[in-house]
Design a protein around this ligand. Structure first.
Ligand SMILES: Nc1ncnc2c1ncn2[C@@H]1O[C@H](COP(=O)(O)OP(=O)(O)OP(=O)(O)O)[C@@H](O)[C@H]1O
Ligand SMILES: [Mg+2]
Length: 301
């Protein structure tokens, strides 16, 4: 008994050392990734070609834009369309068609191979990154919630958040769920927003976009299923955030598609159809198929 007991005592620290070694290795792998990001060269803030004039109206125009992330693999193959100041278009199409890629070119997240992207008639390649990032707001497919209060999550990076303004936005968007949160705007959210529903997370991201009053709004709609009641709240909020802003929406839901001026069908990096909902249904092409499929699945649901 004593012998067995001692051997156990002897092996316990050995096992602990092995476990620590595991942790160290994980930390090393993470550190490598962190340094990779730190070493990334900082993007220039003002391009050499900047003429000193920034646009005052915010129409968007794509002229025969080609994009490849890796050389030789063209993702966008000649995209041309325009959105007038204050107007809205929806992009619809299969997964991997290039919808998110198109939207990322407005704030110049990626350099393009050829063609031009114009914001208010000015080539975005010649505009300072800071100007672009201030004018264009993104509401992403998946919303990231930081650990902190609701207030801080809406007034991101603002050291002195304007509580009154946030309260007004919350009211305006009809974020009724806020009333149920203990502490209201000071309610603590956990990282990734595990204590919120996906609809609530989306509303927070809308409020975030409004707080900075962007001129251009890009909405990459989440595909997740949302109950009918939240759906109505979200649709009403979408209509509100679009008002007076030039917008591009990657739309998945029929109700969103209905609210835009024009719909573009993206297929394998090209725009294959464009028009209003009625025009495209009458045309009887890809859009009509998509629409019918979705109506069907909604009826089933
Ligand atoms: N940063 C990137 N680096 C390399 N390839 C990318 C990058 N982003 C997207 N891609 C590729 O580009 C293609 C188009 O992707 P994109 O995200 O634009 O599609 P999408 O139409 O938004 O699809 P979904 O409806 O699923 O969101 C895909 O084949 C994808 O793998
Ligand atoms: Mg996408």
């Amino acid at each position: 008994m004593t012998f067995t007991f001692y051997t156990q005592i002897f092996f316990q620290p050995v096992q602990e050392v092995a476990e620590q070694f595991d942790t160290i290795q994980q930390a090393m792998a993470s550190a490598e990734k962190i340094f990779h990001i730190v070493d990334e060269p900082q993007e220039e803030y003002v391009p050499e070609t900047f003429a000193g004039v920034v646009p005052h109206e915010f129409s968007i125009e794509f002229q025969d834009v080609h994009l490849s992330y890796t050389p030789g693999q063209e993702i966008l193959k000649g995209i041309s369309f325009n959105v007038e100041q204050g107007g809205s278009v929806a992009l619809v199409g299969a997964t991997g068609a290039g919808k998110t890629s198109i939207t990322g070119l407005v704030p110049r997240f990626y350099g393009i191979d050829s063609g031009r992207v114009l914001l208010g008639g000015v080539d975005v390649a010649t505009l300072p990154a800071e100007f672009l990032r201030q004018s264009v707001a993104f509401v992403m497919q998946d919303v990231f919630i930081f650990s902190g209060t609701v207030l801080h999550n809406i007034a991101l990076f603002d050291e002195h958040p304007d509580e009154q303004k946030v309260a007004e936005i919350v009211d305006y968007l009809g974020m009724g769920f806020m009333k149920g949160l203990e502490g209201g705007l000071h309610h603590h959210l956990y990282e990734r927003g595990n204590n919120l529903s996906s609809g609530e997370r989306q509303l927070i991201s809308f409020a975030r976009a409004l707080y900075f009053d962007p001129k251009v709004l890009i909405l990459d709609e989440a595909t997740s299923d949302i109950d009918t009641e939240s759906e109505a709240v979200i649709q009403a909020a979408i209509r509100k955030i679009l008002t007076g802003r030039t917008s591009i929406i990657v739309a998945h839901r029929l109700s969103t598609i209905r609210t835009v001026d024009r719909i573009l069908v993206v297929q394998k990096g090209q725009i294959s159809e464009s028009g209003t909902h009625e025009e495209l249904v009458a045309k009887g092409g890809i859009y009509k198929n998509l629409y019918e499929l979705q109506s069907l699945s909604e009826e089933e649901a």
